[in-house]
Design a protein around this ligand. Sequence first.
Ligand code: ADP
Length: 167
Amino acid sequence: MKPNDRSRVAVYPGSFDPVTYGHIDIIRRSAKQFDQVIVAVLNNTSKSPLFSVEERKEMLREVTSDLPNVTVDSFRDLLVRYMKSRNANVIIRGIRSVTDFEYELTLASTNRLLDSEIDTIFMMTDPKYSYLSSSIVKEIAMFNGNVSELVPPFVEQRLAEKYQSKD
Ligand code: ADP
């Protein structure tokens, strides 16, 4: 769908290293609320991710391929500036806990300071994913544990390949 002035375009930014069922739940629910959802992988050179930006995008594309109004992109600019370039005015973030909330409140307030036309909308996690994070998935996969309840099969496969190649 092509964004026009009146379409509601939301950006769901994050590391997605890798995408989990918790992220996918937020993406699916957002896709029902907005005309277009852009899942934007933060290309952050200060973190040392397991997967490259291209690998993370590939996994995100695969797991959202049935959602016609969801696109996958990456950015390394200030989020609010990236949003302007994509004609988007809503940031989506997921909340799992009070700890998430405190961190997210700081982020949202900062983004509001930088651009007051952009709003952050929070989605509460599905309780069954409230413990789920990319870090937990990586920790389990690193020790060859079963992550099939936490990530889709495509991502599970990529994790296995990554850790095999690291042996
Ligand atoms: P970041 O480094 O930006 O926190 P993440 O990929 O860890 O990137 O998370 C992206 C967003 O998804 C954040 O808003 C985070 O709170 C949310 N999120 C992560 N895991 C879950 C989950 N299990 N349920 C709901 N939201 C989640």
